[in-house]
Write a protein that binds this ligand. Structure first.
Ligand code: COA
Length: 142
């Protein structure tokens, strides 16, 4: 069964960071200095589990009146079974429940644009390089 929740404390932030290390640094070759950008302390972190096993994470920040969803990842061996979708649904539900937020934005790796479009996000602006990976900005209004 897939479940999603916010981390319970600093120990679980280390689980999030281990998942991000596996996906972004080891699989996608993102530089350590780019992955550890100093903003983890300003964010809420969420975990997705298959049974009792954490398989993915994301972090949520607020930028003005928009929620920003960052570092969305699911371990390769757990992909394609709905964990990523559950993670995004949870993040968006949390943000939509916040009366101060008018929408959400994210920087999407271009391969994942169709994934985010399925939640109503629309791409805008030019493609750009972030950590050696092509990205486009995307936004959804609540
Ligand atoms: N491109 C296009 N469609 C994708 C996709 C991709 N890269 N990844 C998932 N999808 C689709 C799936 O086919 C599925 O469609 P369906 O519901 O119609 O069957 C849907 O999106 C959700 O799939 P799900 O199984 O919930 O997603 P996942 O657990 O595989 O997680 C990612 C999706 C993007 C989080 C995962 O592929 C991942 O961690 N990739 C590596 C890190 C990464 O690129 N993160 C994005 C940073 S912007």
């Amino acid at each position: 069964m897939i479940t999603v929740r916010e981390i319970a404390g600093p120990n679980e932030l280390e689980i999030c960071r281990a998942l991000r290390r596996t996906v972004f640094i080891e699989e996608q070759n993102v530089a350590e200095a780019e992955e550890w950008d100093g903003r983890d302390g300003d964010a809420r972190h969420i975990l997705v589990f298959v049974g009792d096993t954490p398989v993915g994470t994301a972090r949520l920040r607020t930028v003005g009146t928009l929620g920003k969803i960052e570092r969305v990842c699911v371990l390769a061996e757990a992909r394609g079974s709905g964990a990523g979708r559950a993670l995004m649904r949870f993040a968006l539900d949390r943000m939509q429940a916040d009366p101060d937020l008018t929408g959400a934005k994210l920087g999407a790796q271009t391969h994942a644009i169709p994934f985010y479009e399925s939640f109503g996000f629309e791409a805008y602006g030019p493609e750009y390089d972030d950590a050696g990976i092509p990205h486009r900005d995307m936004q959804v209004h609540f």
